[in-house]
Design a protein around this ligand. Structure first.
Ligand code: DX5
Ligand code: ZN
Length: 218
């Protein structure tokens, strides 16, 4: 499958969010990554379904919603109704992960499990076949602009092995600290979807940065 770039709007200019999304779409990105934070699961608060609904009007690209919230089941229907195509639920928060993943699929979106750097992959093993993607956090969730945590490379390798050995088609998405310098190496480990916030929205030319990233991931 073609490898994908998903700019995280967390680092966009929120005062002109629609224009920012149009700009990264025009610059050639593949998905729009939306970070939803509730101030409980992570020490930051961002946006809710209303913003997803508004963004649905300005882009045709798949919207990739990353839920960093308590009680995800309560809000999953609202986000899908608003236009989310992919929904990631954290294994650390989803007490009923099986139910959450099935709910996402039943409502017509792609289910994904998100997992923090310090959480071992064994936590998601039993439900791997229920999801279309695993979102490996490569920084501690909550903020953009952090440094890639290097031990996460081992988790990418381990997860890729497991997906291959089980003959699954689950995508691997990484989120946090991805930039034009490290994206090539990370791609070589088997990553399919690259979230990048500050590296894209903090750059002078979104087009140049996305083109450079695409060249490095082949
Ligand atoms: C962090 C978010 C990320 C964040 C990535 O909790 O999940 O999506 O925006 O930002 P960068 O690419 O700047 O590390
Ligand atoms: Zn994210």
């Amino acid at each position: 499958m073609k490898k994908l770039i998903a700019p995280s709007i967390l680092s966009a200019n929120f005062s002109k969010l629609g224009d920012e999304v149009r700009a990264v779409e025009a610059a050639g990105c593949d998905w729009i990554h939306v970070d939803v934070m509730d101030g409980h699961f992570v020490p930051n608060i961002t946006i809710g379904p209303l913003v997803v609904e508004a963004l649905r009007q300005v882009t045709k690209l798949p919207i990739d919603v990353h839920l960093m919230i308590e009680n995800p089941d309560k809000f999953i229907p609202d986000f899908i109704k608003a236009g989310a195509n992919w929904v990631s639920v954290h294994v650390e928060e989803g007490y009923h992960l099986d139910r959450s993943l099935n709910l996402i699929r039943d409502l017509g979106a792609h289910p994904s499990i998100a997992i923090n750097p310090a959480t071992p992959l064994s936590a998601i093993r039993s439900v791997l076949s229920l999801c279309d993607m695993v979102l490996l956090m490569t920084v501690n969730p909550g903020f953009g602009g952090q440094k890639f945590i290097s031990y996460c490379k081992d988790k990418i390798i381990e997860l890729k092995k497991e997906i291959t050995s089980k003959k699954l088609s689950t995508l691997i998405e990484i989120d946090g600290g991805v930039n034009t310098n490290n994206i090539g190496d990370l791609s070589g480990l088997g990553v399919d979807v690259f979230v990048a916030g500050s590296a894209i929205f903090g750059s002078a030319s979104y087009k140049k940065t996305i083109e450079e990233m695409k060249k490095s991931i082949g």
